[in-house]
Design a protein around this ligand. Sequence first.
Ligand code: ATP
Length: 262
Amino acid sequence: MVNVLRFSDVSYLRNGRPILDSIDWAVEDSERWVILGPNGAGKTTLMKLATANDYPSSGTVDVLDKRLGRVDIFELRNRLGFVSSATARRIPANELVRDLVLTAAYSVEGRWNEHYDDIDIRQAERILAEWDLGDFADHPFGTLSDGERKRAMIARSVMTDPELLLLDEPSASLDLGARERLLQMLSGFAQSPSSPAMVMVTHHVEEVPPGFTHVLMLRGGRIQAVGPIAETLTAANLEATFGMPFELTVSGGRYAAVARPE
Ligand SMILES: Nc1ncnc2c1ncn2[C@@H]1O[C@H](COP(=O)(O)OP(=O)(O)OP(=O)(O)O)[C@@H](O)[C@H]1O
């Protein structure tokens, strides 16, 4: 087992306020983590540190065995896959889906005059099929539905064989069918031994894909609960995290939570 991410006593302060407070957390290469918490809990800030897009105010963050502050972050970012609504906004609307995936191998957004190797072209075709995008390969990114865009961004992020894949709210804004289709794919991907370590942020227990192994629950910048999902994602921990009582059901590896009448 290899640590791909390690936060040691990490705090992140802005305007004298702790946005993350004394976070101790480690992710191993075989693990798939869900980060769960209410609005403003600090989830996006945690992802900024995990993707080397910011630095802690105190404590240490190690990403793929490299200490933030001591490593060339551009070299590190080539070993990470990251999908968020902000990364999708940077994609030119006229970029073809095939090129979107292919250009990841060359760390560019928007095809120019690069020459692509056959091995990269074959890898892109395989990944497009895997994420059910074969029919959209020649469509411009700007014409895709939200669900297709999410799949296209994930396909791009796995093109480089990242050692750690981070997904910030991949199911946000999707309709029920698109959400379920994406969850099935994420679940299959999470359960493949050849997949990288994964960390996925969500607000909703219904969006936890079966196959995810661990959960970190955040509230007000502090860890409320952390550990293997089966024993940590409980009604009591949801109440501590979201500040109200829930009835939690688990069926076929899927979670559902509704407010418990008081
Ligand atoms: N650079 C900053 N300066 C000041 N406050 C900040 C900064 N970054 C984040 N915050 C504040 O820190 C808190 C946590 O923000 P963050 O975006 O990490 O939460 P989140 O859990 O991702 O929320 P959401 O679920 O709504 O996306 C919020 O109250 C936010 O306003």
